[in-house]
Design a protein around this ligand. Structure first.
Ligand SMILES: C[S@@+](CC[C@H](N)C(=O)[O-])C[C@H]1O[C@@H](n2cnc3c(N)ncnc32)[C@H](O)[C@@H]1O
Length: 335
């Protein structure tokens, strides 16, 4: 089981029946809440949490297959590790955190630390003050260190265990908290939290009224991985103004010319090429290339004597150039 879990990179999705109960504790703002899951799996838990509320969902997932699935379920997804992501601080109304149940990578700074703690420490900064934390971990993992971080950064806690059927497998708990505006250690909360592993907890009920008001949130300005996600890159390039310009310039310009009544001979083609009428992308497959023709006026100077007087004269001529840009990046000058 342990080995299997490692292979799956600690993938224990939150049962949707539990997410439904969690949702009853949240009050969404009229306009927009930003919901963030930094280890989102296939994104189903966060999608369920959003339901029909006006909210924008953001996820990060390390596993390639799950990240691809998540792209269909969430608004923005980074494929990669949350540690490598560049994200605006204080930007999210809700942090949904069900971290992998595992240890850090040996011989690294976090090697002796459980992921439940590393993820909490590493992602709190993205939550807005008054934003809600939903933290799902095994009950026995809520140790003194985690209790300290929680009581330092959060207040207004509620802690429940999973419903019977789901609790059986991993003894998970759901902890709700609201991020403080000022950080300080609250000894009373700390003492209450650190005894949770030994406590008999109530199974999470549906809440009669929402207890956590999610703060309104605007656009998240920075949400990207520092490594390149090829799909993301393709999308960005597709929307880039520069790329639009390149495409416009590479348009075949002769749509309006119609078909000539007789086949063109080489001289005609040369003229059309030279004055740019055939500019654009031409050819198929490996022969696909871009043609650019232009005629430039060049003025050269020369001097001659008229009797004893030296006269400088300008001579105008026209220079034709036709260049081809090939798929491999080579530029060939035809004229
Ligand atoms: C316990 S599952 C939770 C999935 C989802 N949040 C849910 O509640 O259903 C943890 C997920 O974290 C992913 N993960 C592991 N390390 C990660 C990292 N460094 N950055 C982002 N995701 C990671 C795993 O691939 C796995 O899908």
């Amino acid at each position: 089981m342990r080995l299997e879990a490692k292979i799956k990179m600690g993938y224990y999705p939150t049962p949707l029946a539990v997410v439904e109960r969690i949702r009853s504790y949240l009050k969404f703002p009229e306009y927009n809440a930003n919901l963030f899951d930094p280890c989102c799996g296939e994104g189903l838990a966060l999608k369920e949490l959003k339901g029909d509320a006006k909210a924008t969902t953001y996820g990060i997932e390390l596993d390639q297959y799950r990240a691809e699935e998540a792209k269909g379920n969430l608004d923005r997804v980074i494929k990669g590790s949350y540690e490598d992501a560049r994200i605006s601080h204080n930007a999210f109304s809700c942090l949904f955190l069900n971290p992998p149940y595992d240890w850090g990578v040996p011989d690294t700074e976090e090697g002796n630390e459980r992921k439940e703690k590393t993820f909490l420490k590493g992602t709190v900064r993205y939550l807005q003050p008054s934003g809600a934390l939903i933290y799902i971990i095994s009950q026995k993992r809520l140790n003194n260190d985690i209790a300290k971080i929680l009581s330092y950064r959060f207040q207004d806690f509620n802690v429940f265990r999973f419903p019977d059927d789901e609790y059986e497998a991993f003894k998970q708990i759901v902890l709700f908290g609201s991020k403080k505006h000022e950080t300080f250690l609250d000894d009373k909360e700390y003492d209450k939290l650190r005894i949770i592993p030994e406590k008999e907890l109530e199974e999470i009920p549906y809440s009669g009224k929402p207890l956590y008001n999610l703060p309104l949130a605007g656009p998240v300005h920075l949400f990207r991985s520092s490594s390149i996600d090829e799909d993301e890159l393709e999308r960005e390039v597709e929307n880039s103004v520069l790329w639009k310009k390149i495409r416009e310039n590479a348009q075949v310009a002769n749509d309006y010319m119609g078909r000539p009544p007789l086949p063109l001979h080489k001289g005609h083609l040369g003229l059309l090429l030279a004055n740019g009428c055939l500019d654009g992308v031409v050819g198929e497959g490996k022969d696909r290339h871009v043609v650019r023709g232009k005629v430039e006026k060049v003025v050269s100077k020369y001097e001659e004597y008229d009797g004893d007087t030296l006269i400088e004269r300008d001579v105008e001529s026209y220079r034709v150039s036709v260049k081809v840009l090939r798929k491999d990046g080579d530029i060939i000058t035809l004229m």
